[in-house]
Design a protein around this ligand. Structure first.
Ligand code: F6R
Length: 261
């Protein structure tokens, strides 16, 4: 696991944007994994800017969402499909149908989850997966005690996650769905490169438990310790509870350029 402490979301966004640009140069048909929420926004802003500057094209790429709410009407502005389209893909040149998400409005949710797993596998798996982390240590919507081997399935959000996400629903807790479909931890771990972004002191405990705590289903993000290529990008505040901060800084400073992220 590599921990990179940056000055803030803009610096993290440009670091990841650069990594995506160089990856797309080698693999124009890359498969990207897209998280929703506030953490990856600076990455999305950065890649939209690079695309507008003619530096990268997504015409041959594909993308898969991490998760989706269940119970929202299909035309609701806060479905993750709508958010990803509004904030990211409508501003890029993905081909029609190249961006997929689990179908949270399906009358048969288990079948929708199985279909989604098959779609990811048929695309050859995810090359680069962006992740945020919940204040309770979730990744995707794999809440504490999710199986570390889980696949895409229905989950129930914790009260804490619903409170955290109420800001996207006019601060009305009752408006936040209770159920979601999410890629499982086993699904996420199959992506070839995981990049987790976290900003602010509110994420400091979760980040420290993810990176330095024991591997435990109580902290789903700790499963990243099992991944051979996981990059954690944090600002100073989100790094605040890490024990080995000085080591991570020194390692990053001494990192050979050719290694990239
Ligand atoms: C979103 C997702 C969640 C968020 C996490 C952090 O697709 O899967 O795990 O990444 O809840 O949310 P933010 O970034 O809004 O703090």
């Amino acid at each position: 696991m590599e921990v990179v402490i940056v000055t803030g979301p803009a610096a993290g966004g440009s670091l990841v944007g650069e990594a995506i640009e160089s990856f797309l140069r080698q693999r124009p048909d890359a498969v990207l994994g897209l998280a929703t929420g506030s953490s990856p926004r600076s990455v999305y802003q950065d890649i939209v800017a690079r695309h507008r500057a003619g530096r990268m094209s997504f015409a041959k790429a594909r993308a898969f969402q991490l998760d989706e709410y269940v119970g929202l009407p299909a035309d609701h502005l806060e479905t993750y499909r709508a958010v990803i389209e509004r904030e990211v893909t409508s501003q890029l040149d993905f081909a029609r149908d190249a961006v997929r998400g689990p179908n949270g409005t399906s009358p048969d949710l288990p079948a929708a989850c199985a279909t989604y797993e098959r779609e990811i596998a048929a695309a050859g798996g995810v090359d680069l997966q962006l992740l945020g982390i919940g204040s309770d240590g979730h990744i995707g919507f794999n809440e504490p005690v999710s199986s570390l081997a889980s696949r895409t399935r229905l989950k129930t959000l914790t009260e804490q996650t619903r409170r955290d996400n109420a800001r996207f629903f006019g601060d009305v807790l009752e408006a936040v769905p209770r159920h979601v479909l999410t890629q499982g931890i086993g699904t996420i771990l199959e992506a070839r490169h995981l990049i987790l972004l976290a900003w602010g002191a509110g994420k400091a405990t979760a980040v420290a438990r993810c990176v330095e705590g024991p591997l435990t289903a109580m902290v789903p993000a700790s499963a990243l310790q099992l991944h051979p290529h996981a990059t954690i990008i944090v600002d100073e505040a989100a790094a605040g509870a890490l024990t080995l901060g000085e080591y991570y800084r020194a390692t990053w400073e001494a990192k050979p350029d050719w290694q990239g992220l």
